[in-house]
Design a protein. Structure first.
Length: 302
């Protein structure tokens, strides 16, 4: 049991250090199995993968669900620059290095997907296959934020998060009502329980957590894409809930166009929180993809 959460599988806490930052992760599955790193997004923590950790570890993977820097039990460095994409990517590579793993599978959701895209861009030799849930390629995201009024309206909170102190005050007011609402109002009814919300409130309540979490957005506005080569040159599978309130579904296909070998599956009835709403289908999609010996069809769309 990790942080009082029953995962249905033997699991353990692991800790990693990089440049004064201490990172917490939950690990499960055979230690000699192929490493699969799961990256959560805002405003979650490792717990966002609780429905996938057991089945993926049972499939033979050494599953590692990271608390990314600024979240839950991981360190919360104070500067905005501490949350630049280059730093977030370096955390992932450092974790794999400390585990002695030259290559690994990688899956990310929301901000975790943005980090995963960048890991694949900057360190393609390290990632065997990349799975993405409901976040576009960073170049597509940046282009839409600059040119598409509909996406600008959906992403209003990014501009709001550039303000000092006020976002933290509003997010935490009335027992984190804004944070709770951001999950419950944008997901299918009932998929975030009161127990879930209690765990998120506990994570958000940790000293420095809210500023650290919001600093991811502040850092992205300053230095959004630290690379010029935007093509993904390894196998990619994108899973996308079409009822996403935050991101236009067309960005999934535009992201696919930046993948040399990619495939996309839409889930028409699901939202941004796909791995919560369709845990079994997400596990099946991931295991099918990671276990394939063949390269996925170029720009396959299903």
């Amino acid at each position: 049991m990790i942080e009082g959460v029953q995962l249905g599988v033997a699991s353990e806490d692991l800790w990693f250090e990089r440049a004064g930052v201490r990172l917490h992760a939950v690990a499960a599955g055979p230690k000699q199995g192929p490493l699969l790193i799961l990256l959560h997004g805002f405003p979650e923590f490792w717990y966002g993968w609780r429905k996938q950790i057991g089945p993926l570890s049972a499939a033979g993977y050494r599953v590692l669900a990271l608390d990314q820097r600024g979240y839950n039990l991981s360190s919360k460095p104070p500067e905005i620059g501490d949350y630049a994409l280059s730093e977030l990517v370096a955390d992932v590579i450092s974790v794999a290095d400390q585990l002695g793993c030259e290559q690994f599978y990688l899956c990310g959701h929301d901000w975790g997907a943005a980090v995963a895209w960048m890991v694949a861009l900057l360190y393609p030799q390290r990632v065997r296959k990349l799975a993405i849930i409901n976040v576009p390629h960073p170049a597509v995201m940046l282009r839409k934020l600059r040119s598409h009024p509909g996406q600008m309206m959906r992403s209003w909170y990014i501009a709001f998060f550039q303000l000092s102190w006020l976002p933290e005050e509003m997010f935490s007011a009335d027992d984190f009502a804004m944070g709770v609402r951001s999950l419950s109002s944008s997901s299918l009814r009932g998929f975030f329980t009161e127990e879930d919300m209690g765990r998120y409130r506990a994570a958000w309540s940790r000293p420095g957590a809210l500023t650290a979490m919001i600093n991811w957005y502040r850092a992205f506005a300053r230095d959004p894409i630290p690379t010029r080569d935007l093509k993904i040159r390894l196998p990619v599978r994108i899973l996308w809930g079409e009822r996403d309130r935050f991101l236009l579904p067309e960005m999934a296909e535009e992201s696919l166009a930046l993948c040399e070998s990619g495939e996309l599956t839409y889930f028409p009835e699901n939202t941004h929180w796909l791995q919560h709403e369709q845990p079994d289908l997400v596990v099946k999609a991931l295991t099918d993809f990671f276990q394939e010996n063949t390269v996925p069809p170029q720009h396959g769309l299903s």
